[in-house]
Design a protein around this ligand. Structure first.
Ligand code: NAD
Length: 337
């Protein structure tokens, strides 16, 4: 479904990303039916790129891209990236396919590791054969429970290699290492953004897929208790989807970003309890806050240093947290069509 709110947000992204770079290019978006991938597909199709979105729909939704399937410059491929092999040529690859929601990746830990390892290898070979630009969506989770916060790219991370989150964290760390090796050994043109928490319309809220922000909004709107893990003093930095997508597309288009690993996120740190209170206030919900045990290896704080991103692509976030949260709530409440 594409509604007014999404149309407005797409205009924001389109005004900040160079249309000419993508126009006429053949672009593969793995994880293209997912939250972030579907926004990238929307912008690319509008810019006149020839887009192939690949997704196995493990967490992605057809409804995110249904409005694109009749466009003649868009094709949806239902496939696991681990088995994807084509002769087709691509100029740019956005590799976003991953199991990104904690409950979901913990329940599918082997598939999560294979997607980030075997899947990333497939994509790297494809990009190498095509001499394509390859952007790999890495994550702040590569820092684990960081001891340096705000965290710069130079920090190596504190990750439990056999903990419950390791399938995601170590999978992404392997993906980074593999692509740095491809860059060194074959000169592959890679960009490796480490994305911090991103939120906005199309973020899944249901069951296993829900991440804290979307889960809270869903719970508040359906009058269920807001489930806060621990005492809620742990922090996250939330970046609105238009800002993240602009950064990813600018990085793909930037020669200066070639070979770079770079944080993408908002530097405003918010406690989870503060987030719960804001959700309650903005939804005018009567839901109670329910405190549950903190999961193992849950990072205490998350906040990026974004100086490198600013330097490389002259980027800074445009959407304040309160505004982004209100827009997200509006979209979740279905009042925007
Ligand atoms: N949203 C965030 O806050 C955030 C933060 C850090 C990193 N990231 C990264 O950004 C990317 C996109 O995340 P998202 O938030 O849009 O999540 P998402 O779950 O909505 O998107 C991931 C997509 O990949 C697909 N997928 C998973 N395994 C696959 C496989 N083996 N083959 C083909 N498709 C597969 C899923 O069906 C889904 O559509 C992911 O790589 C994620 O790790 C996201």
């Amino acid at each position: 479904m594409i509604d007014n709110l999404i149309m407005e947000d797409l205009e924001k992204i389109k005004s900040s990303v160079p249309r000419d770079f993508f126009c006429g290019k053949k672009v593969l978006v793995t994880g293209g039916a997912g939250f972030i991938g579907s926004w990238i597909c929307d912008v690319l199709v509008d810019f006149g790129a020839n887009v192939v979105a690949l997704d196995d729909f493990s967490t992605g939704r057809r409804s995110n891209v249904d409005h694109l399937v009749l466009k003649n410059n868009f094709r949806l491929v239902d496939s696991d990236i681990c088995n994807f092999d084509v002769e087709e040529r691509f100029d740019v690859v956005f590799h976003l396919a991953a199991h990104a929601s904690p409950d979901e990746y913990m329940a599918n830990s082997i598939q999560t590791l294979l997607t980030s390892s075997v899947g990333t290898h497939r994509v790297a070979e494809l990009a190498r054969r095509n001499d394509a630009v390859l952007l790999f969506a890495s994550t702040s989770e590569v820092y684990g429970d960081a001891e340096v916060v705000p965290t710069p790219e130079s920090y190596w991370g504190k990750v439990n290699p056999i903990g419950p989150r390791s399938c995601y964290d170590e999978g992404k760390r392997f993906g980074e290492a593999l692509l740095v090796a491809y860059s060194k050994q074959y000169g592959l043109s890679v960009r490796i953004p480490r994305i911090f928490n991103t939120y906005g319309p199309r973020l899944r809220e249901d069951g296993l897929y829900g991440r804290a922000l979307s889960r809270f909004v869903h719970q508040a709107l359906t009058r269920q208790p807001i489930t806060v893990f621990g005492d809620g003093s742990q922090t996250r930095s939330f970046c609105y989807v238009t800002d993240t997508v602009s950064a990813l597309m600018l990085l793909a288009a930037s020669e200066k970003a070639e070979g770079e690993v770079v944080n993408v996120g908002n530097i405003k740190e918010v406690t989870i309890l503060e987030l719960a209170r804001k959700v309650l206030e903005f939804t005018a919900s009567k839901s109670e806050v329910e405190f549950l045990p903190l999961p193992a290896d849950d990072p205490r704080r998350r906040c990026p240093v974004t100086a490198k991103l600013e330097r490389l692509i002259n980027w800074s976030p445009n959407v304040e947290f309160d505004e982004g949260l209100k827009r997200t709530i509006l979209w979740f409440s279905g009042k925007t069509h």
